[in-house]
Design a protein around this ligand. Structure first.
Ligand code: 7JS
Ligand code: MG
Length: 213
């Protein structure tokens, strides 16, 4: 069968970006998305907001739910200090394989731990299997129906601590209203909404929720 869209994005990155240069990899994914085929990576508008959050928090330990093609993993890890631990979880084997190649091309393979699993399965194993005590920052960008389930799993497994920054993509579209309502009203987070369009036109945004501990 012919190539998937994700494989076409990978091919474009390999042919047009510079090996070992994360910024050129991000630019290539964004350019392909603008000029050829849109893809559901967080993109450059919301990506710039994410950059600011990462720079402000300077996390030593970070978790991403939803690797997809690795765009946001490359985006965030390029801003982390060398010794930081970054774990990203993806359930789709084909996308995880594309992400592995994009992350390697960017030269960040030694700084990213990729896990192929359902998030609900792996969250309870993070302390034991990956020697994690708690996360300084979490980026939630997988399926909207799992956002609320998974942040509660992170709480229950004591993986959040005072000051942990939890950022969630797609609060408006595709939308995660139950998650947004929870983080804004449960009293455990200081939560703010940050608007950012999808593909330069579709209204969306990310929720930034700081765990009170
Ligand atoms: O950032 C995202 C965007 C979309 C999306 C899908 C169809 C559209 F027409 C627009 C946006 C889906 C996602 C699914 C999972 C994680 N992130 C997504
Ligand atoms: Mg998203």
């Amino acid at each position: 069968s012919d190539m998937s869209k994700e494989r076409r994005v990978l091919q474009y990155v390999l042919q047009t970006a510079s090996r070992g240069d994360p910024d050129s990899v991000l630019a290539a994914v964004d350019k392909y998305g603008r000029e050829k085929e849109w893809n559901m990576s967080v993109g450059d508008e919301k990506g710039a907001i994410l950059d600011r959050f990462v720079k402000e928090r300077a996390p030593q330990t970070m978790l991403e739910l939803g690797t997809y093609m690795g765009y946001s993993a490359v985006r965030m890890v390029r801003l982390l200090p060398q010794g930081a631990k970054f774990i990203t979880v993806e359930v789709n084997q084909d996308n995880a394989a594309v992400a592995k190649e994009i992350i390697a091309f960017a030269g960040l393979q030694d700084r990213i731990i990729q896990v192929l699993a359902e998030t609900a399965e792996v969250i309870p194993q993070l302390k034991s299997k990956f020697n994690v005590e708690s996360f300084d920052m979490v980026f939630i960008d997988h399926w909207k129906d799992f956002y609320l389930r998974d942040i509660k799993l992170l709480e229950q497994n004591k993986l959040l601590r005072k000051g942990t920054v939890v950022v969630a993509d797609n609060i408006i579209f595709p939308g995660a209203p139950d998650y947004a309502d929870y983080v804004r009203t449960c009293g455990k987070y200081e939560s703010t909404f940050h608007e950012g369009k999808i593909n330069g036109k579709k209204p969306d945004g990310m929720e930034k929720s700081v765990y009170r501990g």
